[in-house]
Design a protein around this ligand. Structure first.
Ligand SMILES: Nc1nc2c(ncn2[C@@H]2O[C@H](COP(=O)(O)OP(=O)(O)OP(=O)(O)O)[C@@H](O)[C@H]2O)c(=O)[nH]1
Ligand SMILES: [Mg+2]
Length: 484
């Protein structure tokens, strides 16, 4: 029987079954884009997809440079319960007039990029054209802070949270909550009103502590900073309370009630998120905004290092953590990327990479020990600046030129968001360890820039491709061998 002999409905069903089958047979790479809030995840995903679909300037992404990518397009994401990544919206923002960065992410979304290619292996390319699915999830970076909670009980978490709150840089924000805490004891009775008051003060402390710069590592829990669908849920009604020396709270106490809610938070909000989206990753890129931390000083650098180490430790391959126990496959390639490298002249990129190597030292060693291929690089998914040299007497200073965001400051100058400015950001130290020495003045200072102004173009598909720094090398490391 031929397909044309069937009625329309049956033929349609057969065709879609065929499409599903070929979909099932298409290899999939699940790419984990891991990073704290404002690290650059959404911009990275948008730039990666845009550059592959539109054939950007990617000389170091070999399948593209060799002309073997025949088509790339977005397909419906595999998980019907999750929104599609708002690619077109983010691209329109980045390439608009004036261009702007996407808003901070408030909910989870997913995309599936399908790449059709000609294999470099002659025999395979003669047999059939290649197809690869790349699945990526975008989420609010705050939620990453919850991963280390899964391996802590309420007592251990309370001790850690208190140590965080007592750090010098958080003293002012934490004072009201810590004063309230000092009125409670291990035998305070369970009382919903007290639980609600304490939660309100604790949440306000977390939000105030990070208000000056959301790009810096902050203490969680993540949903207290960005609740998403859990806003107003009773699952968010708890706060840390140090346990009695013998370990656990007696029944009927406030501590026992808070501990129970902490466990519910992990079970009902945190575990499903990481189980569904982190347990099956093949490749991972860890994005770290080291430059914002360096600009803020040694305490911020230390916070970033500690926070990311706690997160990355959860991926430890031996079955010692909740996540590593449920990881169904091994991440075989891991890229550590210092984002926003366009804030520095290229002559400083090696030093930025050295900073990242130091900050992620333990995670790099662990991944290498487990047999993963690991790379470290400084990149800019979207390059917002260009380079120049300024003369100061006999000296030549490597500068960057861009349009600082409105309200950004440099010395006494306040920018209007429209004026192009040349900036000498300063030099990163030769020895990155000096960045962790308290009370040293920051090594670099720069304003944040608007995205680059590209030539106007309609329709959107014809907009110029976004410029970048080393995005092609990152893509080659993460995807190149799957398109060989
Ligand atoms: N100059 C420059 N700035 C960047 C680049 N990538 C990100 N940024 C800046 O960093 C900010 C945060 O980037 P996002 O991609 O939104 O970060 P995110 O990791 O998705 O953050 P959340 O959604 O809050 O988790 C942007 O608004 C830009 O100001 C880049 O390649 N170059
Ligand atoms: Mg985002």
């Amino acid at each position: 029987m031929r397909l044309s002999d069937l009625n329309d409905a049956t033929a349609g069903a057969l065709r879609s079954a065929g499409a599903r089958l070929s979909d099932l047979m298409t290899p999939t790479v699940r790419l984990g884009v891991t990073g704290l809030a404002r690290a650059g995840k959404t911009v990275f995903i948008t730039a990666l997809v845009r550059n592959i679909i539109a054939g950007g300037r990617l000389p170091h992404f070999h399948p593209m440079a060799q002309g073997r990518i025949t088509r790339a397009y977005l397909e419906p994401q595999p998980d019907d319960r999750i929104a599609r990544f708002a690619y077109e919206e983010h691209l329109a923002e980045l390439t608009g007039h004036p261009p702007r960065w996407p808003d901070s992410t408030r909910r989870i979304s997913q995309l599936r990029l399908t790449i059709e290619f000609v294999s470099a292996k002659t025999l395979r390319s003669a047999l059939m054209p290649g197809r690869l699915h790349v699945d990526i999830v975008d989420y609010p970076g705050e939620w990453l802070l919850d991963l280390p909670l899964l391996d802590l009980d309420f007592g251990a978490w309370s001790k850690r949270a208190l140590a965080d709150a007592r750090q010098r840089q958080r003293a002012a924000a934490a004072k009201t909550w810590l004063d309230f805490l000092s009125t409670l004891g291990v035998d305070s009775p369970a009382d919903e009103h007290v639980a609600l008051t304490g939660t309100g003060l604790f949440t306000r402390y977390l939000q105030e502590a990070r208000a000056p710069d959301p790009a810096l590592a902050a203490p969680g829990p993540g949903r207290f900073l960005l609740p998403g669908d859990a806003a107003g849920s009773p699952l968010l009604t708890f706060f840390p309370l140090p346990p009695p020396p013998e370990g656990s709270f007696a029944r009927g106490t406030l501590g026992a009630m808070l501990a129970r809610r902490f466990e519910s938070y992990k079970t009902h909000l945190v575990k499903p998120f990481f189980r569904d989206h982190f347990a099956r990753l093949d490749r991972q890129i860890v994005l770290m905004d080291a430059l914002s931390a360096i600009t803020s000083g040694a305490e911020a650098v230390d916070d970033l290092e500690r926070t990311m180490e706690a997160v990355l430790e959860c991926f430890k391959p031996a079955a010692h953590t909740w996540l590593s126990r449920i990881l169904s496959r091994r991440i075989d390639r891991l890229l550590f990327a210092a984002t926003k490298a366009d804030h520095l002249h290229h002559s400083s990129h090696d030093r930025l990479e050295a900073v990242l190597r130091l900050l992620a030292e333990k995670a790099i060693a662990r991944a290498q020990f487990a047999g993963a291929d690991v790379k470290v690089m400084a990149l800019a998914a979207v390059r917002a600046t260009r380079e120049a040299e300024a003369r100061s007497g006999w000296q030549r200073l490597p500068c960057i030129i861009g349009v600082p965001l409105p309200g950004e400051r440099l010395g006494r100058q306040v920018f209007d968001g429209a004026t192009e400015t040349a900036v000498f950001p300063g030099d990163l130290p030769e020895d990155p360890a000096t960045l962790k020495v308290a009370d040293r003045p920051s090594a670099v200072q720069f304003p944040r820039f608007t995205p680059p102004r590209l030539q106007p173009a309609t329709p959107l598909d014809e907009a110029p491709v976004l410029p970048h720094i080393r995005l092609d090398r990152a893509m080659d490391f993460l995807l190149g061998d799957k398109l060989a």
